[in-house]
Design a protein around this ligand. Structure first.
Ligand code: NI
Length: 176
């Protein structure tokens, strides 16, 4: 296993459209090791989600995991598609491993249904709410070259981490 370097905002790979993964390669040792490396990298940098373009691989792969009551189960999404957005919106503070020390409020649908392949190449159909739904949308945005700052509708909430901790931590139930 290996900790991979994170592409930071300004790196053109973060603005590219990621290619679908050929399902035939999913079972390969190289690809399985890549998934393990993505999880290790995500945990090392204390993220709860990571998309392959963030580790300089422009392919449609996302990993996620977050312990806790409103947590996220260990998830691998390969070639994901959102097939349904719920009618209600939720606002959450978001951050990103590719944008150091920044937070901002983003409004997104609070429920999504997503279809994707799992790490065994099997089709999975996930209905996600709350943090899980927001994380899926944030990570899938990376696959189409979008960052959370592109989704912000009120740029006045863009906040450096130190100021976030000083002024905004209290009000935020959850941060991704
Ligand atoms: Ni991100």
């Amino acid at each position: 296993m290996a900790i991979l370097p994170i592409a930071k905002v300004g790196n053109p790979i973060l603005r590219q459209i990621a290619k679908p993964v050929d399902p035939h390669v999913i079972g390969s040792r190289r690809f399985q090791e890549f998934l393990d490396d993505m999880f290790e990298t995500m945990v090392h940098f204390e993220g709860i989600g990571l998309a392959a373009p963030q580790v300089a691989c422009s392919e449609q792969v996302v990993v996620m995991e977050c312990e806790g009551t409103d947590g996220i189960p260990r998830t691998v999404l390969i070639n994901p598609k959102i097939i349904f957005y719920g009618p209600t919106q939720s606002t959450m503070w978001e951050g990103c491993l590719s944008i150091d020390n920044m937070r901002g409020k983003v409004v997104r649908p609070s429920m999504v249904r997503v279809q994707a392949l799992d790490r065994n190449g099997a089709t999975q159909d996930i209905e996600a709410n709350g943090l899980y739904a927001v994380c899926i949308q944030h990570e899938m945005d990376h696959l189409i070259g979008k960052l959370f700052v592109d989704r912000m509708t009120d740029m006045s909430t863009l906040t450096q981490l130190k100021e976030f901790e000083a002024y905004w931590q209290e009000e935020s139930a959850t941060v991704i």
